[in-house]
Ligand binder design. Structure first.
Ligand code: ZN
Length: 877
């Protein structure tokens, strides 16, 4: 892809150095093996000295080269020795250190100095709240010392940490602690050994004043593992849920995947300044505090679930990621897609399958579908990149999980388990590829996946066109698939698409059993006998394939399914389709009064059934009541007008609220009487409580402000309090002001809750939301140095269509200003905001031009990080 630069600018400003493109097809094995790595750290916040000793030997499987390339990035080189002797004939190639080596085995010793306090990128070794911690995936280890920083170089690590005993009373690293002791001058040390060979990206080290919630777990073979969740002193009371989640994860992985933990110690550390959710470093997982700390007063039910899911995710990486790692970063989905599937299956078992599946599909559709249909579309196994951090995407993670889930659906759970056993068996201790995974699936589950491999190489969400016809006693199902063109991939081949289906007898309301069909051609026609009347089709039950279904069926069929499909996902789906169909029609050529009324009535009859259905548990009711997100609606339109979508969606909400006013009030009263507990019925009640409030607020803002204020004041938990505040933040009046102030004062000093306070305002339906965002950026608690805080304001804002997409383009300007200000501080986080501006091709012309202007303004900056440069140039296309 060529860079779109303004030719007139060519002379005026120097062209920024264009980062090179790395290609999957260029992979070659590293010429050296590194059996052992010894590291010595002399720790300090301002300056840390590092000495590394690598034993290296020629790799018989690679071409002979008489030098070794050690990657670097910002660490100051103090000295280089080979076999104990200082050398001076090393050279630099860009940031990399090239050391000449003539023999077959050597010891290389390198001394560097780094400045953790000055590290605002949060990659490598950095300071956070007075403690030191590391983040090495993907290419952060090279910021600590010069090293073959690539995932196919596996080494065992011995690490000695030395530092001030008061400043850093706790010294943690991967593996097991072998010795520790006091040193002169108030200093102390610890020596750690990790017996499992690992790539550098799994290295981790933490030094600071921490306390632990400690416990033990006995593994399936009877070994006792010490577990610790390390946090700052005051946070200890909020660690119990994380610890319980860890134990459940360990147990579940033994039971469901036969995977046992392999060290005597498992440490988790919570850090406030963190670029992502968490990191699976061997035996020393480092977490964003957001995914560790919880109690009912400060964390919502959703927060509790997210913690359980992320703890599981990182723990599961110990096998899918660490014991079997990636050959190169193009294989990222090998560990991430598989681990996301594993954490999804775990959460389904913990929280209930149906609701979890709906939530996961909602995430896929709102985060991955837009990626797949925009300028940043890429296959789950990308072919090229400039900056790998940009490929930690919903495509690699979530679509990657869906692709493996399809293999599981086709194999069945038993054969799938045989295949994963074979995979772990075959590749334990190796750096593997996606191809290795697929081969193990074929051999272990007895599947032929030759055509299925296209799911790894083709980007774009397949569309499946469905028609059901009926004649005599035969129902005929015609399925046509198309995979849309994506950047660099103009033409696509048909892929195998597994769909679980059922045909309902519309009189009896039952079906004769479901079946799995696989569409493996552009068109497939299937006939079903024995239907005296046309059946109602339920398709992609459980969401077996990550595709967009386009079906041409009467509206009554959707009402039927929304009210009574026995597959919860299909029931949810029918409700979504009803609403999407109606809104898209309204936004298209407009609706006649009678069509509008018919559409609304159909939705009302399904909605009425959902709120009245006594057989339905409240958790599912809460899901079914949710309207499709505005992002998903925009996705349904070739060219979207966010302003009109917002108005239509809000007016439908208000219409439903009015239509069911008394029922919704009664519903809110009923669930408000359920006392707080973590039981699923009580959690369901809380979900419905806020959902009911959302509709009531749209229909009767003033009366509902009072109701929300009561909910806010009566709340004995964060779920109810945040739900009420969310609704109030969208309304006018003193209740809004008072609630926001009360919330702020109550939680002042609690970073994670203050993040929520920023988010609620940035996401609100209030007409002045954009002005509020601009004011909040100047609030004393706002800072560009903490990624959670930045995201709490600006990710929320970028996800709030009516604020971000104001017709003047001011929202785009605000986001571009943020990207430009954040890029020099934390490029990885800055680049994550670019995709919001990259959607310009799918916007109406006025907004499209304004979005492009902002992208061009960013592209014209004198210096840009590799991260932001790549995202902006791809977005401009
Ligand atoms: Zn992961």
């Amino acid at each position: 892809m060529d860079v779109a630069r303004n030719p007139e600018m060519a002379d005026a400003a120097p062209t920024p150095h264009e980062p090179p493109v790395i290609r999957r097809e260029d992979y070659t094995p590293f010429p050296w093996l590194v059996p052992e790595t010894r590291l010595h750290f002399d720790l300090g916040l301002e300056a840390t000295r590092v000495v590394s000793k690598l034993t290296v030997a020629r790799n018989a499987k690679a071409h002979r080269v008489d030098s070794i390339r050690l990657n670097g990035d910002g660490a100051e080189l103090a000295s280089v020795k080979v076999d104990g002797e200082p050398i001076s004939d090393w050279t630099m190639d860009g940031d990399d250190l090239i050391v000449p080596l003539s023999g077959d085995a050597h010891e290389i010793e390198i001394a560097t100095e780094i400045a953790p306090s000055a590290n605002s990128q949060l990659m490598g070794l950095y300071a956070s709240n007075g403690m030191l911690c590391t983040q090495c995936e993907a290419e952060g280890f090279r910021r600590i010392t010069f090293y073959p920083d690539r995932p196919d170089v596996l080494s065992t690590y011995r690490v000695r940490m030395e530092g001030d005993a008061q400043q850093f009373p706790i010294l943690l690293c991967n593996g097991n602690k072998e010795t520790e002791g006091a040193l002169d001058g108030g200093r102390h040390f610890a020596e750690w050994h990790d017996p499992w060979p690992k790539p550098s990206y799994l290295f981790a080290m933490v030094a600071g004043d921490l306390v632990a919630n400690s416990s033990t777990f006995t593994t399936m073979s009877g070994r006792q593992v010490e577990l610790n969740v390390w946090v700052r002193e005051g946070d200890l009371p909020r660690t119990e849920h994380a610890m319980e989640s860890l134990k459940k994860s360990m147990q579940w992985d033994e039971e469901v995947f036969g995977r046992e933990y392999d060290l005597d110690l498992f440490n988790i550390v919570a850090v406030s300044d963190f670029n992502m959710g968490a990191m699976e470093n061997k035996g020393l997982n480092v977490f964003n505090t957001k995914y560790v700390l919880a109690d009912p007063d400060t964390a919502t039910d959703a927060d509790f679930d997210a913690i359980e899911g992320v703890i599981a995710h990182e723990y599961f990486h110990n096998w899918s990621g660490n014991r079997v790692t990636c050959r190169d970063w193009f294989q990222l989905s090998l560990k991430e897609g598989f681990t996301v599937l594993r954490d999804q299956l775990f959460s389904q078992d913990m929280q209930g399958e149906a609701v979890k599946r709906i939530e996961d599909v909602r995430i896929l559709r709102s985060a991955q579908f837009p990626e797949d249909s925009g300028p940043l579309a890429h296959p789950i196994r990308p072919d090229s990149y400039r900056e790998i951090s940009n490929f930690y995407t919903a495509t690699v993670y979530n679509k990657g999980a869906e692709v493996i889930r399809m293999m599981r659906s086709m194999a069945g759970p038993k054969a799938f388990r045989q295949a994963t056993d074979l995979y772990f068996d075959r590749h334990d201790g190796e750096a593997a590829t996606c191809e290795d995974f697929v081969k193990a699936m074929e051999d272990g589950a007895g599947l032929d996946l030759s055509q299925f491999r296209l799911w790894y190489s083709q980007a774009g969400t397949p569309k499946v066109d469905v028609t059901l016809s009926h004649e005599g006693d035969i129902a005929t199902l015609t399925l046509r698939q198309t995979v849309p063109a994506t950047p660099g991939q103009p033409a696509k081949l048909p892929m195998p698409i597994p769909l679980r289906i059922a045909l309902f007898d519309r009189e009896k309301g039952t079906h004769a059993g479901e079946q799995l069909i696989v569409i493996d051609r552009a068109e497939k026609v299937l006939s079903f006998e024995g239907f005296a009347a046309a059946p109602v089709l339920s398709i992609n039950r459980g969401y077996t394939a990550p595709v967009a279904i386009e079906r041409h069926v009467p509206r009554e069929d959707l009402v039927f399914l929304a009210a009574q499909d026995d597959d919860s996902f299909a029931r949810y789906e029918a409700m979504q389709e009803l609403v999407v169909g109606h809104l898209v029609a309204a936004l298209g050529d407009g609706l006649s009064d009678s069509d509008r009324e018919a559409g609304q009535e159909a939705i009302a009859s399904a909605f009425g059934a959902i709120i009245a259905d006594e057989a339905l548990d409240d958790s599912m009711r809460g899901e079914l009541m949710m309207l499709p997100s505005q992002t998903y609606l925009m996705e349904q339109m070739l060219v979207a007008d966010p302003g009109r979508i917002h108005v239509e969606r809000e007016s439908l909400k208000a219409w439903l609220g009015n239509r069911f006013l008394s029922q919704l009030e009664a519903l809110h009263d009923r669930v408000s009487a359920v006392p707080y507990s973590m039981e699923s019925a009580a959690r369901g009640a809380r979900k419905v409580k806020t959902q009911a409030l959302v509709y009531l607020a749209a229909a009767a803002p003033e009366a509902t402000a009072e109701r929300a204020w009561d909910q806010f004041n009566a709340a004995d938990n964060m779920t109810d309090r945040q739900g009420a505040l969310m609704v109030l933040a969208g309304l006018e009046g003193v209740d809004r002001t008072n609630a926001l102030l009360d919330f702020y004062n109550r939680y002042q000093g609690n970073e994670l809750v203050i993040d929520k306070w920023f988010t609620l305002q940035a996401l609100s339906l209030h007409p002045d939301a954009l002005a509020h965002v601009k004011a909040l950026a100047k609030h004393k608690d706002f800072t560009l140095r903490n990624p959670n805080r930045v995201r709490s304001l600006y990710m929320a804002f970028a996800g709030n269509p009516h604020a971000f997409h104001v017709a003047s383009g001011e929202g785009y300007r605000v986001l571009a200003d943020l990207i430009l200000a954040l890029d020099p501080i934390n490029p990885q986080t800055a680049a994550r905001f670019v995709p919001a501006l990259g959607r310009w091709r799918r916007m109406e012309p006025g907004r499209a031009a304004l979005m492009r202007t902002e992208l061009e303004r960013i592209a014209a900056a004198e210096t840009l990080s590799r991260d932001t440069f790549e995202q902006v140039t791809r977005s401009l296309g």
